[in-house]
Design a protein around this ligand. Structure first.
Ligand code: GLP
Length: 237
């Protein structure tokens, strides 16, 4: 595990974008999987700027969705699909054939099969950029998830439901999510975990000092051979 600590969120985002850019330039044709959420937003913006200045061609790779709130689609502000389309796939001009995300309004198990098939067809995940939930979840792999979970419909924890309201412009009555599972994420060639801010310091400290602990799903990444944790100073208490 490599831990990269930057002075602040902006510097962390720049460092992550450089890392992703280098991966894409070396690995055209591979598949990337990006978490939605707030943390990756500046990273995604930076990648788009890099494309605009000719440093990277974001359409030289493929993309798969990580997770989604069951019941929400593009028209719902705060859905993973809306966040990623408006902040990345749209402005980066990624054509629809290059990506497969979860549609939270469709059948969760059928969506999971389709996303997993897309990933397998492209040779597996090359690079996964994951965030961490306040309870240690990655994607929607909630505490208690076992390592052989490939992906599918999950019951969301109260913590994820409460914290998640920050993404929405109106109260959402949610109960389930759909996600790529631990087994699929751990199989990625390269994994990034990104976290920013004091509020993440405790869960980061606990997750990084554990290994394969179901109560802390991010700890399943501990033994990954190519694992990079990007933090800003305040997330590294
Ligand atoms: C969300 C998502 C994750 C995300 C995490 C952190 O609920 N399920 O994929 O990475 O929680 O989100 P944020 O970056 O907004 O803190």
């Amino acid at each position: 595990m490599k831990i990269i600590v930057k002075e602040n969120y902006k510097e962390m985002a720049a460092s992550c974008a450089d890392f992703i850019c280098a991966y894409i330039n070396k690995n055209p044709g591979r598949l990337l999987c990006f978490a939605a959420g707030d943390t990756p937003l500046a990273i995604l913006k930076k990648l788009i700027e890099m494309q605009e200045t000719g440093r990277v061609n974001l359409s030289s790779v493929y993309y798969a969705g990580l997770d989604e709130w069951e019941g929400l689609g593009y028209e719902d502000k705060g859905s993973c699909m809306q966040v990623m389309q408006d902040n990345f796939y749209g402005p980066a001009k990624i054509e629809s054939e290059r990506l497969r995300v979860f549609d939270g309004k469709a059948d969760a198990e059928a969506e999971t099969s389709a996303v997993l098939d897309f990933i397998k067809d492209k040779g597996g995940i090359g690079l996964a950029m994951l965030g961490i939930g306040m309870n240690g979840h990655i994607g929607f792999n909630e505490p208690g998830t076992l390592p052989d979970f490939e992906g599918g419909r999950v019951v969301l924890s109260d913590n994820s439901l409460n914290v998640g309201q920050k993404y929405f412009d109106k109260a959402q009555d949610l109960k389930y999510g759909v996600t790529l599972g631990i087994k699929t994420l751990v199989a990625a060639e390269k994994v990034m975990l990104v976290a920013s801010g004091e509020k993440k310091a405790d869960i980061i400290a606990r997750s990084l000092s554990a290994s394969n602990e179901p109560a802390l799903p991010a700890s399943y990444l501990a033994d990954h051979p190519d694992y990079h944790v990007f933090l800003d100073k305040s997330a590294r208490a």
